[in-house]
Design a binder for this molecule. Structure first.
Ligand code: IPM
Ligand code: MN
Length: 349
């Protein structure tokens, strides 16, 4: 019996989570696992009512679950940063979800904005460090508000933090058994402290994985190759900020935010799964948002929980729906409503 904490969150979060749970229910029936869920109302609405992002005991409560299933965090009436830092980043950090796993996989070439790229050309995995770097929140203002003002934002990289991330990337690369090629994506030519550490640790750990080919690409070149030659990539490991940026581009070449899922992983603890697209306020409540990213996030969750067969079956069902039914992956253009897309996935399971 798995215990799943559900945080539908803001905007279209609740709509896509509903479809994800619909698919999860069907998969549980079919593959014979059981789960119980508890829903938490964390998000913008709750913040506007109570002035609180996360209650005092939230992290403590969430530790009792096997996984967290998250819709979206972000509210048009709340100043940027409050909910992101107070809920999303707070959970990632305090549950030590030090990996952000983001598969980039094109399911139907018709939905790829890059000409002549086929599903076999866009199929890689980004391992984003999820607990340090520029996201650490370290820095300061000096002489704030004056014309001498300086704003400092520190990229904080620990040997231990970098090593556990790189080690995880080598492990998934080996397990994935595709091309067994791991690319370090960084900026060694400019950020000569942080990336010197990353490169050293990468080279050192590589020695333990003689079966994995290693490679290095600067982050700017990486964005170029995502468009020009995405087929060059198998697994990419990178820091928090670069990982954030390149995975939005990754989402685009796989067909858009409507299909892009991510997992915030603590390999020894509670992991959290989410569509990476955000709360999409303008589509809220219209039954037009694409729930497939949330459904794929549910599939990732099952995979990490150890239900590999169910996870693969969900992904296969999604592939079928994307290849044979949908006219687009964009909100309002799918040819079906949010709920109908969820039904289609269930039918194809
Ligand atoms: C993401 C998002 C978050 C991030 C924001 C909402 C804090 O963009 O999950 O990629 O920057 O990590
Ligand atoms: Mn992002």
């Amino acid at each position: 019996m798995y215990k799943i904490a559900v945080i539908p969150g803001d905007g279209t979060g609740p709509e896509v989570v509903r479809e994800g749970l619909k698919v999860l229910d069907a998969a549980a029936q079919k593959f014979g696992f059981k789960y119980e869920k508890a829903t938490f109302d964390f998000g913008g609405e709750r913040y506007l009512k109570t002035g609180e992002t996360l209650p005092e005991n939230a992290v403590h409560e969430l530790r009792k679950f096997n996984a967290i299933y998250l819709g979206a965090i972000g509210h048009p009436q709340v100043k940027p940063g409050i909910l992101e830092q107070g809920i999303l980043l707070k959970l990632r950090f305090s549950l030590d979800q030090y990996i952000n796993l983001r598969p980039v996989r094109l399911y139907n070439e018709a939905f790829c904005p890059v000409k002549d790229k086929k599903p076999e050309d866009v199929d890689f995995l980004v391992v984003r460090e999820n607990s340090e770097g520029l996201y650490k929140g370290m820095g300061e203002f000096q002489e704030k508000g004056t014309d001498q003002e300086v704003a400092i934002q520190v990229s904080y990289n620990t040997r231990k933090g970098v090593e556990r991330c790189i080690r995880y990337a080598f492990e998934v690369c080996r397990k994935r058994a595709k091309r067994k090629q791991l690319t370090l994506c960084g900026k060694t030519n400019v950020l000569t402290f942080a990336w010197d550490l990353w490169q050293r640790v990468f080279d050192e750990v590589a020695g333990e994985y003689p079966d994995v080919k290693t490679d290095y690409a600067h982050v700017d070149a990486t964005t170029m190759w995502f468009v020009k030659n995405p087929e060059w990539f198998d697994v990419i490991v990178t820091d928090n900020m670069f990982g954030d940026i390149i995975t939005d581009l990754g989402a685009m070449i796989q067909g858009g935010m409507g299909i892009a899922a991510g997992g915030n992983i603590n390999p020894q603890g509670v992991s959290m799964f989410e569509p990476i697209g955000g709360s999409a306020p303008k589509y809220t409540g219209k039954n037009v948002i694409n729930p497939l990213a949330a459904i794929c996030a549910a599939s990732m969750m099952l995979d990490i929980l150890g239900e590999a067969r169910a996870a693969t079956a969900i992904e296969d069902a999604v592939i079928k729906v994307v290849q044979t039914k949908l006219t687009s992956l964009g909100a309002g253009k799918m040819g079906y409503s949010t709920a109908e897309v969820g039904d289609l996935v269930v039918q194809n399971l």
